[in-house]
Design a protein around this ligand. Structure first.
Ligand code: GLA
Length: 327
């Protein structure tokens, strides 16, 4: 390799518990998974990137496309040029992260692009840049979970993210905790109710203040039944993350699994971001011997379920392990 050669690999993530909490400054407990997006290439005076999975070539300078993976390339290039000056790259992208499955393939792409283009920034700045690019590329007001999960990931650990305070901690994942992901359905958050949920949370916070510090006793202050249920999900999900961190630290996988089940019920019934197919996948997982817990994971409206299983269980899906982030 010469000094102009570049090779970066950035993992996807799966959230073990704590969904739809990040955009109100709440808690989450993800791992990065052993599936990566890799970019190899050579520094250049413009960006020319091919993907193994898509026929389109990303060219910057060039017309910004209305959608698709090349839009992420334009977003990262524009933001990086504003901050650090222009950097180009001639290269190829490959990925083993299933695309559109809710495993943060696009956050991994954004971070890999930034690093491959020479972004020299703190983890905090990298998270801010990649999440701004994600919001620009998709038009969806997503939070910081995915980028934080990837950037701060540690091998063999789950990452405790407190978005409001930007604090990060790591908890070892016990060796007898097997994490299995089952893909249920392709989806895009742009075509989902995600933006509506963000708006609902903003309306709740206008009435009762920050959801990250709200308590169940404040639910009575919310007149609207739908908003009250949305708030109940966020408040109880933050509490579940705290309990899940304690359970993991104590290697109490039965307690952890029960919290996953409660989380799914809350996301399905109070937050209405599950689907019948995901509910069926969770129910069928829980009926399988050795499955300690199962829930939808990520933004929902399709995507994947994540399961906690005993070693040797015969459960269909992708077995994943917690890996390091790229930083
Ligand atoms: C998507 C978003 C994240 C987060 C999750 C739900 O993955 O990108 O910011 O809101 O959904 O927890």
């Amino acid at each position: 390799m010469t000094s102009d050669d570049v090779a970066v690999a950035v993992p996807g993530r799966v959230n073990l518990i704590g969904d739809h909490t990040d955009y109100t400054g709440g808690l989450a407990l993800p791992i990065a998974i052993d599936r990566w997006t890799t970019i190899t290439g050579t520094r250049s005076d413009r960006i020319q990137l091919r993907s193994d999975d898509e026929p389109v070539v990303a060219l910057v300078p060039g017309d910004e496309p209305p959608s698709g993976w090349t839009r992420h390339v334009h977003a990262i290039a524009t933001l990086l040029a504003e901050r650090t000056g222009w950097v180009g790259l001639h290269g190829t992208i490959t990925t083993t992260i299933p695309i559109g499955a809710g495993l943060s393939s696009s956050a991994a792409l954004d971070i890999a692009l930034a690093l491959a283009c020479g972004a020299d920034m703190t983890p905090h700045e990298l998270i801010a840049l990649a999440s701004a690019a994600e919001r620009h590329a998709t038009g969806v007001p997503t939070g910081l979970l995915d980028q934080t999960a990837i950037v701060h990931a540690r091998d063999g650990h789950a990452t405790v993210i407190d978005v409001a305070s930007a604090s990060i901690a790591h908890v070892p994942v016990p060796p007898d905790a097997e994490i299995v992901i089952r893909h249920v359905a392709q989806r895009t958050l742009a075509a989902s109710g995600y933006t509506q949920r963000v708006r609902e949370c903003a309306a709740i916070e206008q009435q009762i203040g920050p959801l990250a510090t709200a308590t169940l006793s404040q639910l009575d202050e919310i007149d609207d039944d739908v908003l009250r249920r949305r708030a109940r999900h966020v408040i109880t999900e933050n509490a579940r993350v705290r309990s899940a961190v304690d359970a993991l630290a104590a290697c109490d996988l039965v307690a952890f699994g029960a919290l996953m089940v409660d989380s799914h019920r809350s996301l399905a019934e109070d937050y209405a971001v599950s689907t019948a197919a995901m509910d069926d996948a969770v129910a069928s997982a829980l009926a399988t011997r050795g499955v300690l817990g199962a829930r939808m994971t990520g933004g929902g409206f399709g995507g994947c379920i994540v399961m906690l299983v005993e070693p040797g269980s015969e459960v269909d899906g992708w077995r994943v392990r917690p890996v390091d982030g790229p930083c």
